[in-house]
Design a binder for this molecule. Sequence first.
Ligand SMILES: Cc1cc2nc3c(=O)[nH]c(=O)nc-3n(C[C@H](O)[C@H](O)[C@H](O)COP(=O)(O)O)c2cc1C
Length: 163
Amino acid sequence: MTCRILLHSIRGRTHKVGEELAWELGAQLHEIDAENTDQTIFGRLRSGFSALVARGISIAVPDQPWDRSDLLILGAPVWNGKAARPMRQWLEGRPALPARVAFLLISDETDYPAEAVEDLSSLTGRKPVAVLHVSDTDFSGGTWKGRLEHFLDQCVVRYRNSA
Ligand SMILES: Cc1cc2nc3c(=O)[nH]c(=O)nc-3n(C[C@H](O)[C@H](O)[C@H](O)COP(=O)(O)O)c2cc1C
């Protein structure tokens, strides 16, 4: 199974979880680079403002045959209730995607980011085979690792079922 992971991360949390997924699944890990992604309060306000006014930002996405993956995991921090702007902006360009996608969402809050999941489903036009949500508390305490196996099983089992 060819699995790719595409993520955006500023403070490195999404990246760290993505690395672990890549290791477990033998997947290739790719990142979206974007301008204005500093983590200071000003950078955060600027990114939040761009997200609110839906202003385009400059992003760089690796050139990969995304749609030729058996599974594509999209990873992003939650910004203003939705996946981070660089990921949303890439998806708004309607890239060719594989049938199976999974989402990785990282947030400060512990509540399940239902709005972000729904928004990503709508942007991708796909119902995800699996969703892994990691809150900052989960991340710091390492408790998210307890849910990792279930997420990986969903990715792999559902792939086998529909293969
Ligand atoms: C512009 C901006 C908006 C954010 N909005 C939210 C939010 O609505 N809800 C939330 O729980 N966390 C929010 N956060 C916090 C990030 O989701 C959180 O710090 C995450 O761990 C960062 O992931 P990273 O380390 O991969 O960058 C926001 C962060 C930024 C920079």
